[in-house]
Write a new protein. Structure first.
Length: 174
């Protein structure tokens, strides 16, 4: 009886020293682990959406997306040289400045839209005055001049703005 008790204690000690995965394999006869015991292989980590996008692109989990391309916006700005300038160089500089400003305004109106206000005044069933104003507010960064010329007092530039399609959706999807 002593030998039997000693053998059982020795068996329990050895069973207690084996890892959980080996105990479950030995007891069930299969490689599956019990659902009641927590697995030490599970790692919980917070993931940023940019990290997920990078992983999807690297692993080629999805077909190439149209959003990976750049969008390009162009505008033509025009400026006229003022008549009361001291020199032709000053006229050229002021016309160029006006053309660049007009080009930026054109780009802002494409990106942000134009706010239009109208006001009509009617007296004695007759239109006395009519006022229409247009306003553009926006921030344009990293636009580049791709072409410019000066001809007969008119300075003309072509502006181009390239923006990533994902960034475009984040900024202007409203």
């Amino acid at each position: 009886m002593k030998n039997l008790f000693f053998a059982l204690v020795l068996a329990l000690v050895f069973v207690g020293c084996t890892p959980i995965s080996q105990r479950n394999t030995a007891s069930t006869g299969t490689g599956s682990t019990s659902t009641s015991t927590p697995s030490s292989d599970v790692i919980v980590q917070k993931v940023d959406k940019d990290d997920v996008r990078d992983i999807i692109r690297q692993e080629k989990m999805l077909a190439p997306d149209v959003s990976e391309t750049e969008l390009s916006f162009t505008a033509v700005g025009e400026g006229i040289a003022p008549l009361n300038t001291v020199s032709s160089a000053q006229a050229l500089a002021l016309a160029k400045r006006a053309a660049i400003t007009d080009g930026y305004r054109q780009l802002a109106s494409k990106l942000y839209g134009v706010k239009v206000n109208g006001k009509d005044t009617v007296k004695d069933a007759m239109l006395r005055s009519s006022t229409i104003t247009a306003q553009v507010n926006g921030l344009i960064k990293n636009a580049s001049i791709i072409d410019e010329n000066f001809n007969q007092g008119l300075y003309r530039i072509n502006l181009e703005l390239k923006i990533d399609a994902d960034k475009w959706k984040e900024l202007f999807a409203y």
